[in-house]
Each structure stands twice: as structure tokens, then as C-alpha cells.
Design a protein around this ligand. Structure first.
Ligand SMILES: [Zn+2]
Length: 130
């Protein structure tokens, strides 16, 4: 399995910038969501938001699970970007993490944090559906 990238230093810099930009946006979004979660916690804890007695209760619970769902989704995305940035540092960026073949510039352009080549991604998806 190949472990060294086939991308040029210029390409690597390009994708690193894309990843860092995406990471920054995610950080901002995560910060906002954390703030919103804090507000929901506060509303839940101030007594007026009792799930059983207050009509606002169930709404808050739903809001909570919606926001925390988005939060974990963003955190997972951030982790994927961090792994991609780590692969840029160790020289394995742009290679499929499964079999080591080049992922392809068009795919990286569309998804800079992609870990699998299109074949492995389709394969993984087919397995999920099976
Ligand atoms: Zn692959």
C-alpha cells in the first residue's frame, strides 16, 4: 500500500487551505450551537420548562435533541477535517485510507476531507445498505 501522496506541493497547499477554511467555518458554527445548547439547558433548568407539567417542556426536549444532533454531526465533520489535515502533515493526503490508491483531484476538489477513493466509498456504501 502506497503511503506517500501523489499530489504536488501546490495542490497540497490548495487543499490545506480549503480544509482550514472549512474547519474555521465549522468552529464558528460549533461555537454558535454550543451557545444555543447552553440556552436550552438553562431554559430546562429554570423550572418553567418541566417536561411533564409545562407545555414548553416537550418542545424544549425536541429542540435539544435536534440541536445536539447537529452538534455531533458538526463535531464528526471537524474530526474528519482534522484527520485530513494530519494526512497532509504526514504526506499521505489524497490517498485512499483503505487501499492507498490516489483519490483523484476532482473528488478531492468536491470533498477535500475525503478518506476513500470513489470505488471504496461506493463499496462502503453498498455494504451499509446490504
Ligand atoms: Zn480506495
Amino acid at each position: 500500500m502506497r503511503t506517500q501522496t501523489t499530489l504536488s506541493p501546490a495542490d497540497l497547499r490548495h487543499f490545506e487551505n480549503l480544509l482550514l477554511e472549512e474547519r474555521r467555518d465549522l468552529d464558528i458554527a460549533l461555537g454558535r450551537i454550543t451557545h444555543t445548547l447552553d440556552d436550552v439547558i438553562e431554559a430546562r433548568n429554570n423550572g418553567t420548562a418541566d417536561d411533564e407539567h409545562d407545555p414548553e417542556g416537550p418542545t424544549l426536549t425536541m429542540e435539544w435533541s435536534r440541536i445536539s444532533g447537529v452538534h455531533s454531526e458538526f463535531e464528526a465533520k471537524a474530526a474528519t477535517i482534522d484527520r485530513a489535515l494530519a494526512r497532509i502533515s504526514d504526506g499521505s493526503y489524497g490517498l485512499c485510507v483503505r487501499r492507498g490508491e490516489p483519490i483523484g483531484l476532482a473528488r478531492l476538489e468536491a470533498r477535500p476531507a475525503a478518506e476513500l477513493c470513489i470505488d471504496c466509498a461506493r463499496d462502503a456504501e453498498a455494504r451499509l445498505r446490504a
